[in-house]
Ligand binder design. Structure first.
Ligand SMILES: *Cc1c(COP(=O)(O)O)cnc(C)c1O
Length: 338
């Protein structure tokens, strides 16, 4: 089976499993798990942040950040395609009682002018704008990555207006692989960053929330309140350390394979449009000749899985467990589809 539904489908290999099996562990709620502590220190250093917090998922790290940065009744500025808004169970409202001001960016990437226009004036009739959130790479935007200069401009407006600036960096390392930027530059731009270890980096579980020490102290309290305090989770953190040490370099290959499939798709008669392929996410629109559900069923007959990502819209995601021979199989299957 070739699974292109998501980069979350990877399974830990032998070396990662060995690192997990030999991890030293303790009770993390007492901050006594040496492997979790090591992972948090390592990630904070990498991203130029003071501290980090290991959590079970990217939804949890994002929503903890939103909860710390806002008060009930506040407003969060983000793109209308943002994962925090579309795919996290309504948690901005459910857990933090905030509303959203949705921007219409270019495949999820908005500008500093968009942000300026969306900040509410200091008026008792209006919700208090307290947070701006960006996503890099943009999942629903087809893996598009940001221009760091725009992020820097947004960051300075946020500082000027006393707003927090959060990054959903579930796939930040995919973006950095293409831009060649150093991850520590991102620590200066944002008040908080979430990164996923269980996407392209191939760990079985886990995300990290990064920020200043006082922010992380508040985040630990929220994580506990959400039931997210874990005990001997160092076995999972060991997979995260292994992933950061070994699996960033392979992202380039994931991107190359996505681009190669993208080129093939562009030439197919049943494909109307392929979003520009910048990283490991490929989004394309089928023509009227091919119904989305038929497409998925036909691929499935060839043992290939993908997901429908909107009407007549398909998403493929390349990952660590998808190699060149699988890519050739997918390309052959796509060319032979009628
Ligand atoms: C996957 C993902 C997350 C986190 O999802 P979890 O499944 O909760 O780990 C957050 N943001 C983006 C953009 C994602 O793709």
């Amino acid at each position: 089976m070739i699974d292109l539904r998501s980069d979350t489908v990877t399974r830990p290999g032998r070396e990662m499993l060995e690192a997990m099996m030999s991890a030293k562990v303790g009770d993390d709620v007492f901050k006594e798990d040496p492997t979790i502590n090591a992972l948090e220190e390592k990630a904070a250093l990498m991203l130029g942040m003071e501290a980090a917090l290991f959590c079970s998922s990217g939804t949890m790290t994002n929503q903890i950040a939103i909860n710390v940065h806002t008060r009930p009744g506040d407003e969060v500025i983000c793109d209308k395609l943002a994962h925090i808004y579309l795919y996290e169970g309504g948690s901005i409202a459910r857990l933090s009682g905030s509303s959203v001001n949705l921007l219409s960016g270019d495949r999820g990437r908005f500008t500093v002018e968009d942000v300026k226009a969306a900040i509410n004036p200091d008026d008792i009739h209006r919700a208090n704008t307290s947070l701006v959130a960006a996503e890099n790479t943009m999942n629903k935007g087809g893996g598009a990555y940001w221009d760091i200069n725009e992020l820097k401009k947004i960051s300075s407006i946020c500082r000027e207006k006393n707003l927090a600036f959060h990054l959903d960096g579930a796939r930040l390392f995919n973006a950095l692989t293409e831009t060649g930027e150093r991850p520590e530059e991102y620590g200066n731009i944002f008040d908080s960053i979430s990164i996923c270890l269980s996407k392209g980096l191939g760990a079985p579980v886990g995300s990290l929330l990064l920020g200043k020490k006082d922010f992380i102290k508040k985040a630990i309290r929220v994580r506990k309140a959400l039931g997210g305090g874990m005990r001997q989770a160092g076995y999972l953190a060991a997979a995260g350390i292994y992933a950061l040490d070994n699996n960033i370099k392979g992202l380039k290959e994931d991107h190359r394979r996505a681009r190669e499939i993208g080129k093939v798709l562009e030439a197919l008669p049943y494909v109307d449009e392929v979003f520009p392929v910048q990283t490991n996410i490929l989004i394309f629109k089928l023509s009227e000749k091919m119904k989305d559900t038929d497409f998925i069923a036909k691929l499935s007959e060839k043992n290939i899985k993908a997901i429908i990502f909107g009407p007549q819209t398909i998403r493929f995601v390349t990952h660590l467990d998808f190699d060149d021979s699988m890519m050739e199989e997918v390309i052959t299957a796509l060319r032979n589809l009628r």
